[in-house]
Structure formats: C-alpha cells, structure tokens
Design a protein around this ligand. Structure first.
Ligand code: N2P
Length: 360
C-alpha cells in the first residue's frame, strides 16, 4: 500500500538501490568453477545472477535487440568487434579495475585486432577448436592408425561413413566450422568470398549424412558417456569430457587434438553492455575475475588458457604444462586467427549454414 504512494523520483531511487546489490552475468556454459560465483557473492555482498549460452549468435541477437538486462557478457573476439561497431558496449572504466595490471601483454596484443586499445573488453579465456576423439572406439572402427589429429577424420566422407555408427557431433558454429572446412581443402581459413564459401559448403555437405547433431555443448557429456565417438568442438570442453570419463571410470578414453592442418585460435572477451543496469557491479565482477588466484582457479577447472599473466603461477601442471591448453612455440605455429565477418558476409554465411544443416 505504501509503495503505491511513492513518488516517481522515490521509485527511481528505490530501483537503483535494488540494482546496486545485483549483477547479471551471461557467460558460456561449462566455463567457470561455480565455487568462484559463491566466492564473489561472499566477498562483495553483490547478488550474482549467472546465466549461460553456447552460441555467439544467440548472444548477439540479445545484444542487438537491446535491453538484455545483462551487466557482463562474453562474446568471442570476432563477434565483439562487430558489436563494438554497433555501439553495443560501454568503454571500460579502468580506474575501477585495479587488477588490470595482471593481464598478459601477449594476449592483449592479439585481442587488439578485435578491440583496438582493449578499451571495451578484457580477455576471459582463449582456446582452440579441434577434434575430440574416443580413442578406443575410433581405432576399433578405423584401425590403429586412425587419423585422430587430422581434419581428414571428420571431412573425409570415407571415414565419416564408418564413424556415423558410433556418433559424430559438430559445433553449431558456422564461423568456426567454415574456416575448418576451408583449411581442409587448403584454402585460407579467413576467406569470406562466395567462391570460398562454396568450397567449404561442398566439404560439409559431403559429410552431412554422417553427422548425428550440430550442437555446441551437449558433446561434453556425450563424449564422456561414450554416446558419441567424435566431436569437433572446443579444446577445454573436450578436456573436461576426458576428465568426466576418467572420473566415471567407464573405460572411455577421450583425446583432444588441434588438427595438424591448422586450428582456429579464438579469444572470449568480457564486456559491459551500454545499457547494463549495474555497470558499477559489472566492473566489480571484472576486477574479481582478473584477480590472479581467481583466474587461475577458473582455468584449472575448465582447462582453458586465460589472458592473465599473474595467474600463471597458480595454474596446475595439468593446465600450464599441457601444450593443448598453453601452446609452446611449435604448437603456436599451427594456430590461426580469423577476422570479423561483416554484416552482409554474416548473412550469406548464415544462409549457407542453414542449407548445410538441413542437408538440402
Ligand atoms: C565453453 C565454450 C567456450 C568456447 N563451453 C567458445 N568460445
């Protein structure tokens, strides 16, 4: 009853006060140790609402529509660049981010190609896109010399016809699957012209009948349980599948390989939407994430490398010592990055992808 009598100004104040205690974060699934979320709330007294997605396209639709209600979001660099252009984000207030000094200049140098001056985002994690393989099953089907680290495993229709029986998943991520298909046929993975797109489409269409599903998160458990034998997916996700299988002691052995023909290296960036309800708390969250111990805890849990130099001393050997996560010089030579798809290129890509998935 009393609430109804509040004036407009008082109501506005009241709303601000509510928001001041709450931060809404929208991150990729299987991408954090949930203990960190509790730690954040305990340390700051801010309520954390944490939602997850598994597709840049889904995130982008929300951001472009506006009013997403999120304070922190985590697009991949290629998408972030286009979203910055569209005015989706607010510049970071670095005076509110004392931990920014922990960041790693080598990664900052690379993320500048998507966010010049790193003015709108910080790197959360980075990784590669590659092959997750149930080694026993695949060798049983293709023989002991199965090409488990080659794109030929998933793009040679001869192999795929046989693997279809044990189950193959591809990412539902055209901006990652098309560069892989281009790499397989010896084209520039960053090519975006119609001719290149046609070549990539032909590669994917030829193996389409043997793909059980295009999905970007189910493959973790599907690999771990032995429901599928191959996934083309994200490095850390596949390493998490490896661990889940080991913990279940189900005899499933999962291996991750960045394809030896070349692998995509991507950067997932935390940014604050221009219309974030609580930018103050968003900065508090970003600063919490950039704490060296917190960032190390996150990487140790999800098996992705991060952009935080100070965190390295807290990383476990399984993470810092694995060249599939922290590539050495030789592994790095084999990785490529791609540029942003412009709005028109993106539309063509989306149409191509719909055709590929529908198998027509
Ligand atoms: C985490 C996937 C993050 C990698 N499940 C996608 N950029």
């Amino acid at each position: 009853m009393r609430k109804l009598m509040l004036s407009g100004a008082a109501l506005a104040l009241c709303t601000t006060a509510t928001f001041a205690d709450e931060v809404r974060v929208y991150n990729w699934s299987d991408y954090i140790d949930e203990a960190l979320l509790e730690k954040f709330e305990a340390e700051t007294g801010i309520d954390l609402i944490y939602d997850v997605f598994d597709s840049n396209e889904v995130l982008e639709t929300k951001l472009l529509a506006g009013g997403s209600g999120y304070d922190v979001v985590v697009p991949t660099g290629t998408f972030l660049a286009r979203q910055i252009q569209a005015g989706v984000f607010q510049p970071l207030d670095k005076s509110k981010l004392p931990n920014i000094g922990n960041m790693w200049d080598v990664i900052e140098e690379r993320t500048k190609q998507y966010d010049p001056d790193n003015g709108y985002s910080i790197n959360y994690m980075w990784g590669t896109t590659g092959l997750g393989v149930n080694v026993g099953k695949v060798q049983e089907i293709l023989g002991a010399d199965a090409p488990i680290a080659s794109l030929g495993l998933i793009f040679d229709p001869g192999n795929m016809e046989k693997l279809a029986a044990c189950g193959v998943h591809f990412l539902d991520a055209p901006t990652e699957m098309i560069p892989a298909a281009l790499t397989y046929v010896g084209e520039d993975p960053d090519a975006k012209d119609a001719e290149a797109l046609e070549k990539a489409e032909a590669v994917l269409t030829a193996v389409r009948p043997y793909i059980q599903k295009f999905h970007s998160s189910e493959y973790i458990n599907a690999l771990a349980n032995g429901d599928i034998c191959v996934a083309f997916g994200w490095s850390g996700d596949i390493l998490q599948a490896r661990d889940r299988a080991a913990e279940a002691e189900n005899g499933v052995e999962i291996a991750y390989s960045a394809p030896n023909e070349g692998a995509l290296m991507w950067f997932d960036q935390m940014a604050i939407p221009a219309d974030a309800p609580n930018p103050e708390a968003a900065h508090t969250f970003l600063n919490f994430i950039m704490d060296a111990q917190n960032m190390a805890d996150a990487s140790n849990y999800v098996y992705y490398a991060n952009g935080n130099a100070a965190s390295k001393e807290f990383l476990v050997e399984d993470v810092i010592g694995d060249t599939a996560i922290y590539p050495d010089e030789a592994a790095l030579q084999n990785l490529y990055t791609v540029t942003t798809w412009g709005p028109r290129e993106q539309r063509t890509l989306t149409r191509t992808w719909t055709r590929i998935k529908s198998g027509t």
